[in-house]
Design a protein around this ligand. Structure first.
Ligand SMILES: *Cc1c(COP(=O)(O)O)cnc(C)c1O
Length: 473
C-alpha cells in the first residue's frame, strides 16, 4: 500500500491549506479544525514579498551557524574531560542518521513515496534530547565570554584551561537560570553544573517528576511552579534580571540557542553525503520536526534551508492541544483575524494539555516565527494517541526508545504524501513524480533518559491505541 492509496482512510476533512477553495475560506476551515483539536496540515502560503526582504525583523544571520559549530569544536576537548559519556566522541555531541525500513513498513509508507530515516537526537548525550544542541551552545557561549572578560581565556587557548581551578572558581560565583517544561532544564542545568556554575531551573507544572529528580541528582536547584511553561520562564527571567552574577537562558528570545540548533544542519549534510543520499531537484528532502516554542525546529530548518535551499521541505509537528507555532504562522500570514499578533493556544479555547511535555507550549517564539516566515513548508498537528502509537511502532519495529514528543515526526510523511493538502503541496512544487527518490527524515527529539518503567507505560498506551485503531477500521 502506498500512502496515496491510504489517503481515503485518513480523516481528510480537517486538512486545509492553500489552493481551491479560496485561501481565506481554507484558512477559516483550518482555524475551525484547530479549535476542535482535529489533526490537520497547514501549508504556508507563498509570501508575495518573498525574496524582497527575506529576514526583515529577524535578529539572526547565517554566520552565526558557522560560529556555533566552531564553538562546539573549541569546547570539545574540555567536554570530553568533564563528561565521561563524551570521551568516546572526543567531546562532540552528535546523533546518528538511521535508515528505518521496518518503521517505514509499519507506517504503511510504500517505496513509491520515498525512504524514511531518523535523525536520532533522542539519543544525544548529556541532555538526552535535542536541547543538547541549543542549550549547551548557549551555556558554552556564556562561559566563553565570561572567561574572556575575566582574562581566564584568550583566543587560541586550549579550552581545557576552563577546567582549571581559577576558571571553576569564577564560574562558581555565577548562576545560570532557565525556565522549562523539562528538557531544556536538563540540558542547561547539567552542562552548567558540569562547568562549575550554580544552576537553577524553573519547572512548569507539566514537567515530569523524573526530570526534576535527575536534575537534583546533578546538584541543580529545581524550583517548581504551579503554572505553565510561560510562567516558569517569566519567573526565571525576573529572578535573574536584577542579579549581575546571574545569566538567564531565554528560550523564547535567544539567538544563541537558535544558532546551536542550526549548527545541526552542517553535521547532517556530512551524514547525508556519507550515506550517499543526494538532495537536489530530483531528490527532495522532507524533514519533520517536533515543535514547542519553535527554537529547536526553527534553528534546524534555518540551517537546512541555508544549505539545501528549495530542495529541503521542513514541516513542524505540534500536539493538537498545543499548536502555538501554527497559530503564530497563521497570524503572521494574516490568516487569524481577531486574534492577537502573537496568539496563544488559550486564545482559541485550547488547553495546552498534552503528554508531549516537550511540546506543551502555549505561545511560539517570535524569533523563530520571523525566521520561518519565508522558510517553513507547513505545520501539522498530531493527537496524543497517534504520538503514543508511533512511539510503540518505532520501538516494536526498530527497537528505538523515544519520548512522546519525539514521535511527532512520524505522521508527517502520511500528511504530505497521503492527504489532499499534502498532495497540493507536492503538485505546487512539481514533486509528484519525484517522490520515489524522496528522503523523509523524522527528527526524534528526546528519550534517552526516560526511566524504563515510564517507557513501559508509554509503550502500553501506544499498543492500546494501535489496537483500538485496528478495531475501528
Ligand atoms: C524542546 C523540545 C522540542 C521542541 O523544541 P522547541 O524549541 O521548544 O520548539 C521537541 N521535542 C522535544 C523532546 C523537546 O524537548
Amino acid at each position: 500500500m502506498t500512502l496515496s492509496s491510504a489517503a481515503s482512510a485518513q480523516p481528510s476533512t480537517a486538512d486545509a491549506g492553500k489552493g481551491a477553495p479560496g485561501q481565506a475560506e481554507t484558512a477559516a476551515a483550518t482555524l475551525a479544525a484547530l479549535r476542535c483539536a482535529q489533526p490537520l496540515l497547514w501549508l504556508r502560503p507563498a509570501a508575495p514579498a518573498e525574496g524582497a526582504a527575506p529576514d526583515a525583523g529577524t535578529r539572526f544571520r547565517p554566520e552565526l551557524v558557522l560560529l556555533a559549530r566552531a564553538r562546539f569544536e573549541r569546547f570539545a576537548p574540555l567536554l570530553a574531560e568533564l563528561a565521561p559519556e563524551l570521551a568516546g566522541s572526543g567531546g562532540i555531541i552528535e546523533s546518528p542518521l538511521l535508515p528505518v525500513p521496518a518503521m517505514q513498513q509499519s507506517l504503511g509508507l510504500g517505496s513509491a513515496d520515498g525512504r524514511l530515516y531518523v535523525k536520532a537526537d533522542h539519543d544525544l548525550a548529556i541532555a538526552g534530547s535535542i536541547k543538547a544542541r541549543g542549550g549547551i551552545h548557549e551555556v558554552l557561549q556564556y562561559a566563553e565570554s565570561l572567561a574572556m572578560r575575566e582574562e581566564l581565556l584568550r583566543p587560541g587557548d586550549d579550552y581545557r584551561v576552563l577546567g582549571g581551578a581559577a576558571a571553576r572558581a569564577c564560574f562558581a560565583r555565577h548562576r545560570v537560570a532557565v525556565g522549562s517544561t523539562g528538557n531544556l532544564g536538563m540540558s542547561i542545568g547539567i552542562i552548567a553544573s558540569l562547568l562549575g556554575f550554580q544552576a537553577e531551573v524553573h519547572m512548569s507544572a507539566d514537567a515530569k517528576a523524573w526530570k526534576k529528580a535527575r536534575l537534583r541528582a546533578h546538584g541543580v536547584k529545581v524550583i517548581e511552579h504551579t503554572g505553565d511553561y510561560e510562567q516558569a520562564v517569566a519567573a526565571g527571567r525576573a529572578g535573574a534580571e536584577s542579579d549581575p552574577y546571574a545569566y538567564f537562558v531565554d528560550d523564547e528570545r535567544s539567538p544563541a540557542l537558535f544558532a546551536g540548533y542550526a549548527a545541526a544542519a552542517l553535521h547532517l549534510r556530512e551524514q547525508l553525503q556519507a550515506a550517499g543520499i543526494g538532495v537536489d531537484a530530483d531528490r527532495p528532502l522532507f524533514v519533520y520536526l517536533p515543535c514547542g516554542v519553535g527554537g529547536a525546529p526553527g534553528g534546524i530548518a534555518y540551517g537546512l534551508k541555508m544549505l539545501f535551499g528549495e530542495h529541503v521541505h521542513c514541516f513542524f509537528a505540534e500536539p493538537v492541544q498545543s499548536p502555538c507555532f501554527l497559530l503564530g504562522m497563521m497570524a503572521q500570514c494574516g490568516q487569524a483575524p481577531g486574534l492577537p499578533a502573537l496568539p496563544s493556544v488559550y486564545d482559541v479555547g485550547l488547553l495546552n494539555r498534552t503528554e508531549a511535555d516537550g511540546l506543551a507550549v502555549p505561545r511560539a517564539s517570535d524569533l523563530a516565527l520571523a525566521a520561518m516566515a519565508t522558510r517553513l513548508a507547513g505545520v501539522y498537528t498530531v493527537s496524543d494517541d497517534r504520538l503514543f502509537a508511533d512511539l510503540a511502532r518505532l520501538h516494536d519495529s526498530e527497537g528505538l526508545r523515544v519520548e512522546p514528543s519525539a514521535a511527532a515526526g512520524f505522521s508527517g510523511p502520511a500528511r504530505v504524501c497521503g492527504t489532499p493538502a499534502g498532495q497540493a503541496y507536492l503538485r505546487e512544487h512539481g514533486l509528484q513524480d519525484r517522490m520515489d527518490h524522496a528522503t523523509h527524515l523524522a527528527w526524534t527529539t528526546g528519550g534517552r533518559f526516560v526511566p524504563p518503567e515510564e517507557f513501559e507505560g508509554f509503550l502500553q498506551r501506544g499498543r492500546n491505541a494501535i489496537a483500538a485503531d485496528a478495531a475501528r477500521a
